[in-house]
Ligand binder design. Structure first.
Ligand code: C2E
Ligand code: CA
Ligand code: CA
Length: 761
């Protein structure tokens, strides 16, 4: 169009006379050209407008669809120009970034009020964050202000891509923004709980292990390692089964399979493991399976609790329930159970007991030896069984003391019958070596009336005992019945109690000393002091006959003090200054420090080394030591006086008492020794207790040794010292001093264990 008008103008400028007509033609042409041009312009503009309207409509439709897609997406989208001006921002993006669309659109990203930090909380520029990056595979993680205040940061994942424009060639940057706060918190929580779990595991008081699906130890804690006698590092990667006792190797296999297959969520089993040092430990295993979120098995979590102590205790209990190993009769425990049951569950029948005590048994023992004594006891047991003949239960409750329990409608008559039958049976002489021995027994019996029944087994046995003492006082081989009408419940006892009172204050109670031998050198290293009462009419009484009557605490304390002084004098009179004396003390005599004072006074007075006086306390009396008793024992131990646990193995106390009390050594109860070597339970328990005591660093003393076989067996399973009739009975101080025994040195360490040692931890 411009060209045509230009031509017309040139022609007009070059015009002459006939220029007027030429000019009009030119003007017309120009006008026509203009009109044509204008028309073309109008048409083109309309087409363009229509096209633009369609494009706008399409763009709006697309935008609505786009917005719908954007707003339903968890990710926000931001589109900027190459220069960083914001072209588009989805709703999600506005929410994540905490901005409004109006403050963003059309503005440069560099000028926006965005506070962005990197993972170390250092501020970063928005234009850097949203700039396209060549490597888009690693998204950036940045923090933007959260909704919960100034310190709150929401972590977002940003990835930007540069897109080259298709038609107009203008490139744009598309950024997706994903809020990862939730994911990140979950991951952190996982990390945190994992760390907490590991910490808890390391410090758990039970053994714990993480075990892989091949049943190999991935991680174990300290307790677990100690239980196995190994180290945490040493156990990592070890097949768990390699620690098993060979016989228990596959004990958990089936259960593991069931766990793996999802039939159970955890299981428990008890089995044996072998420690690195070869010792066997029992343990209860508690196994759970940890699965991935999808349910696939990942690893096992195992808890292990050492039950060796429990096992040993239950073996002990089983052993205690057994009968007297020498005679096969019920023992005292069983007798108690029987009486308890009968008395607490009364029926129409009566309950009564016959107390049987051999006459002159000690003399027989002294004259013919312990083997003969045993032979006699077995014989008497047979006579008693025959006499009872199914009418009563026979028990042996002490050296030569037996009890027959009768449960019958006519108790007294049956018991009288049985007693007569016993006297008859004993009339047949017993062949010992080349001698014909005549045995006899004194018997007393009692029926449980209401008063006695209320006092339980002890009252019934006490009543029969009282009758038996009257029989003994009347001469050998007699029977007396307890009769509440002619004799108060404790008349004979209270008579003896009164006498005892005098005897204690007069000092008639004396100590006899039984030598204690070093089992390996067979030399005397010490003595056990055993109290005796030289009774004017009853003869030499053993402690079982009078100590139970010593109910007055003050009197017991006086006796204790007198005996400590006696023992100290005996020690001072010894030719050597290394042998020691162990003194028995009951828990009732302790608590007010009088006993400890008397020991310390005697030590000072006779200038004795404190290790030469040793204190023996029965395990039973220590079941629940009160703090004052504990204090007094600790006081003694701290002064260097060793403390021994007597009758070890008979108490029901948990073995942990051993390490909690100030104990320096243990004395194996003679009931275990009696069964050696024939009785497998006795032998097994002796061995186990010996190992335990040595493990705890305690001195080991076995008592009641009557045969060489017992001495050998005990020495072989670690019992260092021993006493018993094999070596000698308890004798008066002067007799022993006159004998001039072959002595050796074995002092008991009052503090056998390091206070900081493994055991205390
Ligand atoms: P215990 O301390 O267990 O004493 C061991 C008992 O076994 C003693 O009986 C001892 O004579 C006896 N005996 C020693 N060797 C053998 C043996 O080879 N075979 C057999 N069958 N027995 C043997 P005893 O002297 O009758 O003492 C009985 C209990 O009286 C003692 O048991 C002790 O608990 C208590 N006792 C003894 N003396 C005292 C004391 O001075 N004070 C206190 N509180 N209690 C004492
Ligand atoms: Ca003792
Ligand atoms: Ca004992």
């Amino acid at each position: 169009m411009g060209g045509l008008v230009g031509d017309a103008a040139r022609i007009a400028a070059a015009g002459g006379d006939d220029g007027a007509s030429v000019f009009s033609i030119l003007v017309l042409a120009v006008l026509v050209a203009f009109a044509a041009a204008f028309f073309t312009f109008l048409v083109r503009a309309r087409i363009a407008r229509e096209a633009r309207d369609a494009a706008v409509a399409r763009e709006m439709a697309l935008r609505r669809q786009f917005d719908a897609v954007m707003s339903s997406s968890r990710d926000g989208v931001l589109i900027t120009t190459r220069h960083g001006d914001v072209l588009l921002l989805s709703d999600t993006a506005t929410q994540i970034l905490g901005v409004t669309r109006t403050e963003m659109l059309g503005r440069s990203i560099a000028r926006l009020p965005l506070r962005i930090v990197d993972e170390r909380m250092r501020p970063v520029l928005a234009q850097e964050v949203f700039a396209p990056r060549a490597d888009d595979t690693v998204p950036r993680i940045v923090g933007v202000p959260g909704r919960r205040g100034t310190d709150d940061v929401r972590w977002v994942q940003v990835s930007s891509k540069l897109l080259t424009g298709e038609e107009d060639g203008e490139p744009i940057t598309v950024t997706t923004i994903m809020d990862t706060s939730g994911l990140r918190e979950a991951a952190e929580a996982l990390n945190r709980s994992d760390a907490q779990f590991r910490k808890a595991m390391q410090n758990a008081p039970v053994g714990m292990a993480l075990v892989d699906l091949e049943w190999r130890l991935m991680e174990v804690n300290r307790v677990f390692a100690e239980m196995m006698g190994s180290t945490v590092v040493g156990l990592r990667g070890t097949p768990f089964s390699a620690l098993s006792h060979p016989q228990d190797r596959n004990a958990e296999d089936d259960q593991l399979q069931r766990l793996y297959d999802g039939f159970q969520t955890r299981f428990t089993c008890e089995k044996r493991y072998v420690r690195a040092d070869g010792h066997v430990v029992w343990a209860v295993l508690d196994v759970g399976l940890v699965r991935y979120a999808g349910g696939a098995p990942d690893h096992y979590v195992v808890q292990l609790r050492d039950t060796t102590d429990d096992r040993m205790t239950s073996e002990l209990m089983a052993h205690r329930a057994l009968h007297d190993p020498l005679t096969g009769l019920a023992n005292r425990t069983l007798l108690q159970d029987i009486l308890q049951r009968l008395l607490s569950d009364p029926d129409d029948a009566q309950v009564g007991v016959v107390a049987v005590d051999l006459d002159g048994f000690k003399g027989l023992n002294d004259r013919f030896g312990h083997a003969a004594g045993d032979h006699a006891l077995v014989h008497v047991a047979g006579v008693l069984r025959g006499a009872a003949a199914g009418r009563g239960e026979v028990a042996r409750i002490g050296g030569d003391e037996f009890i027959v329990v009768v449960h019958s409608d006519d108790c007294a008559a049956v018991m009288k019958d049985i007693a007569d039958a016993v006297h008859d049976g004993l009339r047949t002489p017993l062949q010992i070596k080349r001698h014909q021995i005549r045995l006899s027994a004194s018997m007393g019996f009692a029926v449980a009336d209401d008063d006695i029944a209320a006092g339980g087994p002890a009252a019934l046995l006490g009543a029969a005992d009282g009758a038996m003492y009257r029989a003994k006082a009347g001469g050998r081989g007699r029977t007396e019945a307890y009769d509440s009408r002619v004799q108060g419940p404790s008349e004979s006892e209270s008579a003896l109690t009164l006498e005892l009172d005098d005897a204690v204050r007069r000092g008639d109670l004396v100590l006899h000393y039984q030598p204690m031998y070093d089992l390996s050198t067979r030399k005397v290293v010490g003595f056990e002091a055993l109290v005796r009462w030289q009774h004017p009419t009853r003869g030499l009484l053993l402690p079982g006959a009078f100590l139970p009557l010593l109910k007055d605490r003050d009197l017991a304390v006086v006796l204790g003090t007198t005996l400590v002084e006696q023992a100290a004098e005996f020690l001072a009179a010894q030719p050597d200054d290394q042998t020691w004396v162990s003194i028995n003390v009951s828990a009732e005599q302790l608590g007010n420090s009088e006993f400890a004072d008397s020991v310390l006074t005697a030590i000072g007075k006779h200038r004795l080394s404190p290790q030469r006086i040793v204190v023996e306390l029965t395990e039973a009396s220590l079941v629940a030591p009160n703090t004052r008793v504990r204090h007094e024992l600790t006081e003694l131990r701290n002064a260097g006086v060793p403390i021994l646990l007597d009758d070890f193995g008979t108490g029901v106390s948990p073995l942990s008492y051993l390490r909690d009390l100030p104990v320096s050594g243990v004395k194996l109860d003679m009931s275990f020794v009696a069964g050696i070597p024939e009785d497998p339970a006795g032998a097994r328990v002796s061995r186990a207790l010996g190992a335990l005591a040595r493990e705890l660093g305690l001195a080991t003393i076995a008592e009641g040794i009557e045969t060489e076989a017992q001495a050998d067996f005990l020495a072989n399973c670690g019992w260092r010292l021993g006493q018993g009739w094999l070596f000698g009975v308890a004798q008066p101080a002067q007799t022993l001093l006159d004998m001039g025994l072959d002595t050796g040195i074995f002092l008991i360490d009052p503090r056998p264990r390091d206070e900081e040692g493994v055991l205390e931890s």
